[in-house]
Design a protein. Structure first.
Length: 531
């Protein structure tokens, strides 16, 4: 009998303890009467929230575990914003729109339990929509390997509490979207492309080359595509097989819109762009809208904005473009990482320490074939004890065990200036000894770092207002470079942010802008969005 009583007592204590633990993070609330709105605000029972996310529990905790969506105005705002999510390239069906319609219509006939469950559904939907607007539908770290973007902390509970109390639910949702002109143009591009008819084009052979005044059957097909994309006015074409002057201007316009050399010569790159159908271009726009939702909302007062597929860098000051520069970025096999950081210093007359990938894939192969590679490229070899090793004593079988440093100078691989900024990928911006590359249309040619055309001019503009005007004239910088002595460091004291990003489409005054997706990032992202 004593044993039975003992075990009964243990069971009672266990049950009480379990309930206490279960209620530890849940503040038990009671219904109360709102004297202003003349309605009863109901408490949310704990069991309704048991299986909900921490974010939802945190939101209800901020509301004292009471229902949130009691005002029809707030519910209506949320419903309208869900409907408008299609203009952001998202699907309203992903935000419970049909279920919400059904529940809203019969709200007055719902039981209390059903009303409270509906309240939670609205909160979950708001949470998801806001999160997708502010951070994107997908996590970039789960889509790509080498993305390193700024964190975007956000308190959903605080955000919703302000929105509900001020009855500005719609504003609270819209304000989370990117306000950058590129994102706005992508939304406009989506509207335009959705109005376009289907494109049932056959693939054109990319190996052919067509010049002005050529006469070929394929010219007629190309004219149809130029008309479709509105580069060629249908009123002024007879769809003949002659490459005429009106077609020449249309081809140049098409090439410019695709970041190609607008020379009117129809070759591999132009035909590749002509072969894309409207469905693929639409998916490209959707992928770019998602990527822009990943990026920071505030780029800073001064920043370098780099678009890798456009091979372009803009120095922005208070949202105005101070200067633009062509760039060379990483090959598809040695992708330049997408990242956000802050410029830390310049190095004028930098030396270059050869990175491991280049040692393995380039240096070791070329130097093993001919050891004059080291003297020809002014590269010193250091062993593990930091002693210089002569090329004749260099062991190619142990190539990775050495450190290789190229002396500074105009023909150094980094040129005369290097831009440093902290990142996890050991990349930076720099000058180059291959300045002829900037004349090419396709410039994904580096080993991962970004090469900048006329980088000294850019450095001078950035430093102009640093150090109380010390570098304002640029003369001292010219003198440092001209002396060509040891590397000279200049710390960047005023914040200059780096936004090294990736987008392949937008809308401009001349129409749709598309760039070659050289890293195949659009398709990867779109496939995940669709699934």
């Amino acid at each position: 009998m004593k044993k039975v009583l003992f075990f009964s007592l243990v069971l009672i204590v266990s049950i009480v303890s379990f309930k206490l633990c279960k209620n530890e993070d849940f503040k038990v609330s009671e219904d109360y009467f709102d004297t202003i709105r003349k309605i009863t605000i109901h408490a949310i029972p704990e069991d309704i929230l048991t299986d909900k996310s921490d974010s939802i529990k945190s939101i209800y905790n901020a509301f004292g575990n009471h229902e949130i969506w009691v005002d029809a105005e707030n519910r209506e705002d949320l419903i309208i914003q869900i409907e408008k999510s299609k203009y952001e390239g998202l699907n309203p069906q992903d935000y419970n729109i049909n279920k919400i319609y059904q529940l809203e219509v019969k709200l007055d006939s719902l039981s209390l339990e059903e009303k409270l469950a509906y309240d939670v559904l609205l909160t979950q939907t708001y949470d998801k929509l806001c999160s997708n607007y502010y951070r994107g539908k997908l996590n970039p770290d789960e889509v790509y390997e080498n993305w390193d973007l700024f964190d975007k902390p956000f308190s959903m509970a605080t955000h919703l509490k302000v929105a509900i109390s001020s009855k500005k639910v719609a504003t609270s949702i819209k304000n989370l979207l990117p306000n950058h002109p590129i994102y706005t143009s992508l939304k406009e591009a989506l509207v335009l492309i959705d109005k376009m008819p289907e494109s049932n084009f056959d693939s054109i052979n990319k190996s052919i080359k067509i010049k002005y005044k050529d006469t070929l059957k394929v010219v007629k097909e190309i004219k149809k595509r130029l008309v479709y994309w509105k580069d060629l006015d249908e009123k002024h074409t007879n769809y003949s097989i002659n490459y005429d002057s009106s077609m020449l201007e249309a081809v140049k316009k098409f090439q410019a819109r695709h970041g190609l050399q607008p020379d009117g010569v129809i070759g591999f790159g132009t035909i590749k762009a002509l072969n894309y159908n409207v469905e693929t271009r639409r998916s490209q726009i959707l992928a770019n809208l998602e990527r822009w939702r990943w990026f920071s909302r505030d780029f800073g007062e001064q920043y370098l904005l780099i678009n890798l597929p456009d091979y372009k860098l803009d120095f922005m000051q208070r949202n105005d473009t101070t200067t633009s520069h062509k760039i060379v970025c990483g090959k598809p096999k040695r992708m330049t990482p997408i990242l956000q950081s802050k410029l830390s210093n310049f190095v004028f007359n930098p030396t270059w320490t050869v990175p491991p990938t280049i040692i393995k894939e380039d240096l070791s192969v070329e130097a093993a074939a001919n050891r004059s590679y080291f003297t020809r490229n002014r590269i010193l070899i250091y062993n593990g004890k930091n002693n210089i090793v002569s090329p004749s004593n260099w062991n190619p079988k142990k190539a990775s065990s050495y450190r290789y440093v190229q002396n500074h100078g105009y023909n150094n691989s980094l040129g005369v200036v290097k831009f440093n900024f902290p990142n996890h990928h050991s990349v930076y911006l720099h000058d180059t000894n291959h300045r002829d590359y900037f004349q090419l249309s396709y410039r994904a040619l580096s080993s991962g770092c970004v090469r900048v055309q006329n980088p000294v001019d850019l450095a001078k503009k950035i430093l102009k207002n640093q150090d109380n005007g010390r570098w304002a004239t640029g003369n001292e910088i010219d003198s440092i470079i001209k002396k060509n002595k040891e590397p000279y460091y200049i710390k960047v004291k005023e914040p200059i942010y780096i936004h090294q990003l990736y987008w392949t489409s937008w809308l401009s005054g001349s129409g749709f802008q598309f760039r070659d997706d050289m890293y195949n990032l659009d398709k990867i992202l779109y496939d995940k969005l669709r699934n």
